[in-house]
Design a binder for this molecule. Structure first.
Ligand SMILES: Cc1cc2nc3c(=O)[nH]c(=O)nc-3n(C[C@H](O)[C@H](O)[C@H](O)COP(=O)(O)OP(=O)(O)OC[C@H]3O[C@@H](n4cnc5c(N)ncnc54)[C@H](O)[C@@H]3O)c2cc1C
Length: 435
């Protein structure tokens, strides 16, 4: 007689979602193996936000404020500014807003490596198989699942597991097999250029600033504490324009390094006494071009012993700064479902029932500009230029708009503060069901 928890859970993808899942399963006593396509883990990406709901889960996973301060810094403010430099909206973030947990603005690559190091230390190097791409799966008569794996050297193999978690990102092979008729990637016309530049943090010293209109804007925020010697922080920035998408995305690939001269002309005259956007762009270390893409929601993320999680389940526009946070929350909700139902398809069904509907709604809501929707309202009502924002959108209307967004995204302060831990301290999965 074999307990299902003796048969490991296979995780396809060692990104933020896959590694958070591995750490969670280890914490609750479920063996797991991560198969990751890249041959070598490297600190890739630029800025990403960890919302208080995700930071709470990171603390419950044993990461400390000091750990997070090494890869980012607590965010203090979220602000929207119009084209003439006047404030549209600002609000405190994290603990300053009344959450019991901070929000962190982190370097995606360093944060990812922090999770990877924790997996290696806590579970061991055998828990992550690099250079191993999961190309599909086979459901077995005994209820288990076989992952089909292609290795970097071209060889192939198979691995059996109690469950398979598809955490393989927006181009997920697991999702493609689960939903063969899914439409291609959706691009709404926005292109983002992302980079980092050392600079002096403005406003609160840790402010997220969205500046411009919904068709052309710059977003920037620091992702490191200031260097004590220079006072400079690493500033993450995203320059964005929206084009006509009628002919679809013409470039090959969805992510490529580009030269600043490819796009800086869109922002030539974006200079104020408190900000010089051309200078910010010109001094960047490296710049990446990303069309803003997501996927149309699917009705379910589960196929028997197989589940989608993170971007594989719900790739979303980054307008709400919640893609990375949701991947962490997913891992924890899955862990809680396993504590209740065991490492079984029932746990996957509970996860699917809880999150697929509401998070799919959030994907569509972020398509409609997410919290940047306020910029659309300003644009529609006054063409983007105003003296006093109260004459354009009264304070109550601004507050109601943001409250509606936060409730939907799971950021509502009181709800989060009052919610019990997602996974109770010390909770373990019972080794119950048999195969
Ligand atoms: C290289 C990279 C850089 C990024 N940079 C940023 C950024 O700067 N800012 C931002 O907001 N977001 C960034 N993102 C996206 C962000 O990390 C995700 O939106 C979010 O964290 C959700 O994480 P995820 O684990 O679900 O997906 P991802 O982070 O996309 O991770 C998926 C992982 O699965 C691996 N993989 C893919 N296919 C397979 C397969 N078939 N078998 C096995 N492994 C597979 C990938 O190599 C990757 O490690 C980046 C993602 C990546 C992969």
């Amino acid at each position: 007689m074999e307990s299902v928890t003796d048969n490991p859970v296979i995780i396809a993808g060692g990104g933020i979602g896959g590694l958070a899942t591995a750490l969670t399963l280890h914490q609750i006593g479920v063996p797991c193996v991560v198969y990751e396509a890249v041959r070598e883990m490297r600190p890739l990406g630029v800025g990403i936000n960890m919302q208080p709901n995700a930071v709470r889960e990171l603390y419950d996973l044993g990461f400390s404020e000091a750990d997070l301060d090494r890869v980012g810094l607590p965010a203090k403010e979220w602000a929207l500014v119009g084209l003439n430099g006047n404030d549209i909206y600002s609000e405190p973030r994290g603990r300053l807003a009344g959450y019991n947990w901070p929000q962190y603005a982190v370097h995606r690559g360093l944060f990812h490596m922090m999770l990877y190091d924790a997996v290696l230390q806590r579970i061991g190097p055998q828990a992550v198989k690099l250079g191993s791409r999961v190309t599909g799966y086979r459901k077995n008569a005994d209820g288990s699942v076989t992952a089909l794996i292609e290795h970097a050297d071209g060889s192939t193999s198979e691995a059996n597991g109690a469950l398979l978690i598809g955490a393989d990102g927006i181009h997920s092979a697991i999702r493609a097999q689960m939903h063969p008729a899914q439409p291609p990637i959706h691009w709404g016309g926005a292109i983002m250029w992302r980079g980092t530049t050392w600079g002096k943090p403005i406003r609160s010293g840790s402010s997220f600033v969205g500046l411009g209109t919904h068709r052309q804007r710059v977003v920037f925020y620091p992702i490191s504490h200031p260097d004590p010697k220079t006072g400079l922080s690493m500033i993450n920035w995203i320059a964005e324009v929206t084009l006509d998408n009628a002919e679809g995305w013409k470039q090959s690939g969805w992510f490529r390094q580009v030269d600043v001269s490819d796009f800086a002309h869109h922002f030539d005259d974006w200079i104020w006494d408190w900000l010089d956007v051309p200078d910010l762009l010109q001094r960047a270390d490296a710049i990446f071009e990303n069309p803003m893409i997501d996927r149309d929601p699917v009705p379910t993320w589960q196929d028997g012993p197989v589940l989608l999680l993170g971007d594989a389940a719900h790739a979303m526009y980054p307008t709400g700064s919640n893609g990375g946070s949701q991947a962490i929350v997913d891992a924890r909700v899955l862990g809680a479902a396993m504590v209740e139902h065991g490492a079984t398809p029932d746990a996957l069904a509970a996860f699917d029932a809880k999150l697929c509907g509401p998070i799919s709604q959030l994907v569509l809501r972020n398509r409609g500009a997410g919290p940047f929707g306020l910029l659309n309202m300003v644009d529609e009502r006054c063409g983007g230029t105003f003296d006093n924002i109260d004459d354009v959108i009264p304070p109550d209307e601004r507050a109601a708009f943001m409250a509606g967004y936060k409730q939907a995204a799971g950021f509502a302060i009181e709800t989060l503060n009052k919610a019990p831990r997602t996974i109770a301290d010390g909770a373990k999965v019972r080794a119950t069901a048999t195969v």
